[in-house]
Design a protein around this ligand. Structure first.
Ligand SMILES: [Zn+2]
Length: 346
């Protein structure tokens, strides 16, 4: 466990370690350890550190090996939901995530969320602080005041891990199902290094694991309605032929990618066009890139994050216009096209 109560405030030992290392750049690991021994060991001996979850006294553990965290454990070696959840979470992160990337990303997420949600009195806590044992621990849990409503946020850094065995995909599928069963509304963000899209053709590849962290929003439903109404008959046949699609139904979904170092969020809206054995080929309908701080603003109805600000009516119209033009061009044929371009120059 990385946090404990000390004098009625939360003391985070890892945060403190990072602070001390920042302030004393020349400190070796044993010097950092000694600093904690001198300043906090007496409190640990006096049972001044207590568990955030069960209130039992905690002992401060200072690991000497670089890269290993400092932590608290119950004095009597017992377990509570906080200690169990922490263990589950750490196991998951070391097995399926890129820890350094995740750590720095979550610091930025927390900073932005705290700023954005402050006016609403909403509390942001780490998933492992949840006062109930969970089998899948989200990165953050968002608690609304005077309500049982809970949102969870995950930042996925290593979506490709075990893609051949499908382990990660199965893990994510179970994770999402568990969240649903707990009544959590979940928001997933995938590291932008996983975007695979050919800009000119709008065609990209989505891993099975990625597919589990897509969502379907109001705007996606609007796209479905629009496509069903406007792309039919000959135009639908042309679209299918042009994109080499084997899926004829429109099922618009979206996925949120984050570029943590630039604090940007890209929401990619797509329709799956081919289901392959290990992945999905998709057609991109639209994408919007906005600052992460804007994406994590609560919408007016307070039931969703904004994620992508604009209304996409105009994008829909442009998509249809471009598709119709492409179809007409292909019907004119190569020679006619050459003649036309000659004509327009004159
Ligand atoms: Zn406890």
């Amino acid at each position: 466990m990385d946090a404990a109560y000390l004098h009625n405030s939360v003391f985070n030992i890892e945060q403190k370690r990072r602070e001390i290392e920042q302030q004393n750049k020349s400190f070796s690991r044993s010097e950092v350890k000694r600093w904690f021994e001198v300043n906090y060991r007496a409190f640990s001996k006096k049972n001044a550190f207590t568990c955030l979850c069960c209130n039992k006294p905690l002992i401060m553990n200072l690991t000497i090996e670089e890269g290993r965290p400092f932590y608290f454990r119950h004095n009597d070696e017992s377990e509570c939901s906080y200690s169990t959840n922490t263990r589950t979470y750490e196991k998951y992160v070391s097995k399926l995530e890129n820890k350094p990337k995740k750590d720095s990303g979550l610091t930025i997420f927390r900073e932005i969320l705290q700023g954005e949600l402050k006016p609403y009195n909403i509390e942001i806590e780490r998933g492992y602080h949840f006062k109930k044992k969970l089998f899948f621990i989200p990165d953050f849990i968002i608690n609304f005041p005077d309500s049982e409503k809970r949102w969870v946020i995950d930042y996925f850094t290593a979506i490709n891990k075990d893609s051949r065995s499908g382990n990660y995909a199965r893990h994510l599928a179970k994770r999402m199902k568990t969240y649903e069963a707990e009544g959590f509304k979940s928001f997933s963000f995938v590291d932008h290094s996983w975007i695979s899209l050919i800009e000119e053709t709008n065609i990209g590849t989505l891993l099975e694991a990625e597919n589990y962290v897509t969502s379907k929003s109001h705007e996606d439903n609007l796209w479905d309605d629009f496509l069903k109404e406007n792309v039919e008959g000959d135009l639908l046949d042309f679209f299918i032929k042009d994109t080499k699609a084997t899926i004829r139904e429109f099922n618009t979904r979206s996925i949120a990618y984050v570029d943590i170092s630039n604090r940007l969020c890209t929401v990619l809206r797509f329709i799956p066009i081919v289901q392959n054995v290990r992945n999905i080929t998709y057609y991109r309908l639209s994408s919007s890139e906005i600052p992460l701080a804007k994406a994590l603003v609560m919408n007016d109805e307070k039931n969703h994050f904004v994620l992508s600000i604009e209304n996409e009516d105009e994008k829909r119209t442009l998509f249809l216009k471009a598709l119709i033009e492409k179809k007409q061009q292909s019907e004119l044929g190569v020679f006619d096209k050459l003649d036309l371009s000659h004509f327009s120059i004159v």
